[in-house]
Design a protein around this ligand. Structure first.
Ligand code: DLL
Length: 425
């Protein structure tokens, strides 16, 4: 399936799209209403070329139809609920049928295998278990490929490191920020992740940069892979393969588009835009043209690994987490990119926004790198100026930089929350 000719994949997609449209028209009150409003009938959708005729589905639709209004099956067929973490507001509820869980597990299994996880691995699952999809999503996929799951969830970092060593854990799945914290914690305990058997990390659920990947790999000696997914689509679903040139989207289950968030039009191949996903196999809560809000680039060229399914590049930010500072659009990922390229700086930072005398003021607190000792008083000032200049040249707007001692900023076990916007208060 993963190496199927593109034309055959397209055929599967066309068939599944037609079935999906019929299904939601008949069984989802929400879509029936939407289709009627647009004067659209399932027979108008004959193939992929008709996709732009279909309406988008947005987070607000899920909120407005909370809790069960988006479901296309009776509750008796739902075998599990999850709820999104509410990255951008009120959490949303997701339901799964037995087949939905199977498809989710199968998708992540393909991903795990593509980044080299085998049945011989011991996988420490340090994503949260519970309503968040990370823990249970990985758990079932790890068991399915016959590897050994260590369902430790988040927190209790000393025990995480202790078990990692004692059991000879070889793979870890957690947020990239938690991995950095764990590496730092291990050093405080007088040990290092390098002294463990860990060889692969599968990191996601929050934005991270190529520079952060380098830092994690330098500190821990492991190979770091990106994993993406959202609760609405199921949970963690797509990973990079060993080529590490994008995350494979399993096209027999998910149809992807990348659009201009302002116009809703598809952008050209290789251009940045918002990821839009149509679920082709989901039963409980099928989604048509789901606007993820995540900014990426689509790549349909066959990958060197031999897999034919399209890839998305690392998530570059969210169309809605874009900060507007003095009228300038700023993505937090741009800030991280600049900071992580400066060796004197550590990995932990906070972005604070204030409005002082009607003007936006951006302050970036960033920790100094533990390994770099700055002794002369003038050096700190020089470094601060250097960081401010680099940020200004990339962002096009000034940010005050506060250099703080290593270990002083807040650490996160789950998703990191690095932005404090006090302008609205
Ligand atoms: O975060 C599902 C997940 C669990 C993915 C474990 C990966 C690993 P939600 O809580 O619904 O689901 O949040 C989804 O998180 O729209 C992105 O904005 C962000 N996100 C997830 N993975 C990545 C990633 C899970 N690899 C939201 N890079 C998404 C950047 C990511 N952002």
């Amino acid at each position: 399936m993963e190496r199927m000719p593109v034309e055959d994949l397209k055929e599967i997609q066309e068939k599944k799209l037609r079935a999906l449209v019929n299904n939601v028209y008949n069984y989802s009150p929400f879509y029936k209403r939407k289709f009627k409003e647009l004067g659209l009938h399932p027979s108008d959708i004959r193939g992929l070329k008709d996709l732009p005729k279909l309406p988008f589905t947005k987070k607000q639709d899920l909120r407005d139809n909370y809790p069960f209004g988006m479901f296309a099956v009776p509750i008796s067929q739902i075998v599990r609920f999850h709820a999104s973490s509410g990255t951008t507001g009120k959490p949303t509820l997701v339901g799964y049928t037995e087949n939905d869980i199977r498809m989710w597990v199968e998708s992540l299994c393909r991903g795990l295998v593509s980044c080299g996880v085998t049945h011989e691995d011991i996988v420490q699952i340090a994503y949260g278990y519970g309503l968040f999809t990370g823990g249970l999503g990985f758990h079932y996929a790890v068991e399915k490929i016959g590897a050994t799951a260590l369902p430790i969830s988040t927190g209790n970092t000393a025990r995480q490191i202790e078990l990692m060593k004692d059991l000879g854990v070889t793979v870890i799945a957690c947020t990239p920020s938690y991995m950095l914290y764990m590496a730092e914690y291990a050093e405080k305990m007088g040990t290092s992740i390098r002294e463990t058997s860990l060889r692969i990390g599968i990191f996601g659920a929050e934005p991270w940069s190529e520079e952060t990947r380098k830092r994690i790999e330098e500190k821990t000696g492991i190979t770091a892979y990106d994993v993406y997914g959202t609760s609405e689509l199921s949970g963690p679903l797509f990973t990079e393969c060993t080529e590490r040139n994008g995350l494979h989207i399993w096209a027999d289950h998910f149809l992807v588009e990348v659009i201009d968030p302002k116009t809703g039009e598809n952008v050209g191949e290789g251009e940045k835009g918002e990821l839009v996903v149509t679920t082709l196999s989901k039963e409980a809560m099928p989604l048509i043209r789901w606007r993820t809000g995540d900014i990426t680039i689509l790549e349909t060229e066959k990958c060197n690994c031999g897999r034919t399914h399209p890839r998305i590049m690392r998530i570059l930010g969210r169309s809605d987490d874009m900060l507007i500072v003095r009228g300038v659009n700023v993505f937090p990922s741009q800030i991280e990119h600049v900071l992580m390229q400066i060796p004197e700086l550590g990995e932990h930072y906070m972005i604070i926004l204030d409005r002082i005398e009607n003007l936006d003021v951006m302050t970036i607190q960033v920790e100094l790198n533990q390994k770099v000792s700055i002794e002369k008083p003038g050096e700190i000032l020089n470094l601060k100026r250097k960081v401010e200049e680099r940020l200004k040249s990339v962002l096009g707007v000034h940010a005050n930089v506060e250099l703080v001692n290593p270990g002083t900023l807040q650490r996160f076990e789950g998703k990191a929350k690095r932005i404090i916007d006090r302008r609205k208060i």
